[in-house]
Structures are given as structure tokens and as C-alpha cells.
Design a protein around this ligand. Structure first.
Ligand code: CO8
Length: 262
């Protein structure tokens, strides 16, 4: 598909098995509008369907991952229009339901819906220039695609309240210290580092990757006892796949495994 608000590259910079999805509305600091979220849902659907893809990287520009939902598109909407269009949820659902890992590579602003989009991904790697925030309070509204829930789980109640009620931004170091971000790189190294990470994930067994992702996600949704029981079941079930035999044989034979996804 020819995208107008995204740039989609397969195996960028030689990163085998990786799809790079770049949000591309530079005139609006990558503000998320209906078209962009619709295109994102299509791009993720294609990446999900392509067996050659093992990991997805979502990024923006040097200045902005995304500066939020498109305020100009939203400003005149009525309650009925927002409700009927189920505004935003299709794009959000595509990210939430993707079974392949998605890494958010965040440089510059990740505000409002942009911060929420990054938090929907499996983990966030930040440039030292990254700024996270939920400034919806300044517009007389609230986060609408998970910000109050996910930010609170990432950074705890006190900091989430502080961020959401004051609308202040958090820099990369504070975000890493608070558990929102996994790692920080200098801005010019962000993409090469994230692509190398993504290629490493893409070279693993896609079956094991999908099950590991499902298990970590389950830690958010269930009790410890249920989560541990699910982990044990999936751990046992991984022994049904050739990839487990290959991974363990390769270790014993002191060679690199070649996973086939079966
Ligand atoms: N929406 C639309 N346009 C935007 C947005 C946005 N969120 N952010 C920036 N832009 C546009 C600006 O209007 C400007 O356009 P123009 O040149 O035509 O005036 C262009 O991008 C460049 O922006 P600035 O000139 O403002 O750039 P600065 O470097 O001076 O400032 C900031 C950068 C600080 C990021 C500033 O642009 C800003 O504060 N942006 C808005 C941030 C914000 O409030 N985000 C939250 C939006 S609400 C939201 O995300 C709710 C999500 C939940 C929706 C769920 C629905 C169900």
C-alpha cells in the first residue's frame, strides 16, 4: 500500500526480519489523525501477516515521535461524533493486538496520544532528546487511549498524577529512572541501536518470541499465581516445536541456532 502519513521500510540498514514504520506528518510534529492511525493499522496488519518479519520498530522524526492526537482535527468534534467514530481506537487496537514485538524508538516529543502510542508498544528506547508527557489537562481533557492507566503502571501513582495533573514533560533520564523507558542512546545512535536490537529479536524463534511477549503482557492482566501457571504451561508447550530442539542442540554443539518457526 502507498502510505501518505507513514514511511514503511523492510530490512532497513540491513536489519534482517525488521520492519521500520516511521510516522511522517512533519508539518504537525507527527500528530496522530484518523488517516495516520488507519494507515498504521494497515502497516501493522501487513507486518503481522508477513512471515519474514520478526520485529517491528515504530519511530518518528528527530523532533517528535508524535506530539499527540491531532488537536485541529479533534477540536470541533461533538460527543456523538467521537462516540460514533470510535475515534482512535482502531489504530490503538492494531498496536495492542499485534502479536509480533513492537519497539518504540522515541526521539523528541512523545506527548498525549504520542506518549500513549509509545506505551502501547512492547518497550520504549529513547534518544537523550526524548520528552514524554500527557498534557491533555492543558486542553481541558484527559488522556483517551490508555495514558492514565499505562503511565500509572509504568511510573507509579505519584509520578503519574504529577505528570497528568500538571501536564509537565519528563526528559529521557527521568523516564529511564522511572521505568517508562528501557534504555537511552545519543540521538544520532538511536535508530542504528534499535534496529540492531530488533534484528536480534527477529533472529530468534518467532514462536518463542510470541509466547514470551504474551507472558510478559499477562503479568499486567492477571494475578501472580495465574501468571506463573500460564508461564509453566507455555514453557512446557514450547517443547512441542522444532525450534526448541534446534536452540538446545545448537547450544550443546557450540554453534548459532537456525530457527525456522516450527
Ligand atoms: N495536533 C495538531 N497539530 C500539532 C500538534 C497536535 N497535537 N502538535 C503540534 N502541532 C502543529 C502545530 O500546530 C504547528 O503547526 P503550524 O506550523 O501550522 O502552526 C506545528 O505542529 C509545529 O508545532 P509548534 O510550532 O507548536 O512547535 P514548537 O516546537 O513550538 O512546540 C510542542 C512543540 C511543545 C510539542 C507544541 O507543538 C505542543 O504543545 N503541541 C501540542 C501537544 C499536546 O497538547 N498534545 C496532546 C494532544 S491531545 C491528545 O493527544 C489526546 C489523546 C487521546 C485521544 C483519544 C481519542 C479517543
Amino acid at each position: 500500500m502507498a502510505y501518505q502519513t507513514l514511511i514503511v521500510e523492510t530490512a532497513p540498514e540491513g536489519a534482517a526480519g525488521v520492519v521500520l514504520i516511521r510516522l511522517n506528518r512533519p508539518e504537525a510534529l507527527n500528530a496522530l489523525n484518523a488517516q495516520l492511525l488507519g494507515e498504521l493499522a494497515v502497516a501493522l496488519g501487513e507486518a503481522q501477516a508477513d512471515e519474514a518479519v520478526g520485529c517491528i520498530v515504530l519511530t518518528g522524526s528527530a523532533k517528535a515521535f508524535a506530539a499527540g492526537a491531532d488537536i485541529k482535527e479533534m477540536s470541533d468534534k461533538t460527543y456523538a461524533q467521537m462516540f460514533k467514530a470510535d475515534f482512535f481506537t482502531a489504530g490503538a487496537r492494531a498496536v495492542e493486538q499485534c502479536r509480533k514485538p513492537i519497539i518504540a524508538a522515541v526521539s523528541g516529543y512523545a506527548l498525549g496520544g504520542g506518549c500513549e502510542l509509545a506505551m502501547m508498544c512492547d518497550f520504549i528506547i529513547a534518544a537523550d532528546t526524548a520528552k514524554f508527557g500527557q498534557p491533555e489537562i492543558n486542553l481541558g481533557v484527559a488522556p483517551g487511549i490508555g495514558g492514565t492507566q499505562r503511565l500509572t503502571r509504568f511510573v507509579g501513582k505519584s509520578k503519574a498524577m504529577d505528570m497528568i495533573l500538571t501536564g509537565r514533560m519528563m526528559g529521557a533520564e527521568e523516564a529511564e529512572r522511572s521505568g517508562l523507558v528501557s534504555r537511552i542512546f545519543p540521538a544520532d545512535l538511536l535508530l542504528p541501536e534499535v534496529l540492531a536490537m530488533a534484528a536480534k529479536i527477529a533472529a530468534q524463534s518467532p514462536l518463542a518470541v510470541a509466547m514470551n511477549k504474551e507472558l510478559v503482557q499477562a503479568a499486567y492482566e492477571t494475578t501472580l499465581t495465574t501468571g506463573v501457571a500460564l508461564e509453566r504451561r507455555l514453557f512446557h508447550s514450547l517443547f512441542a516445536f522444532e525450534d526448541q530442539k534446534e536452540g538446545m542442540a545448537a547450544f550443546v554443539e557450540k554453534r548459532k541456532p537456525e530457527f525456522k518457526g516450527r
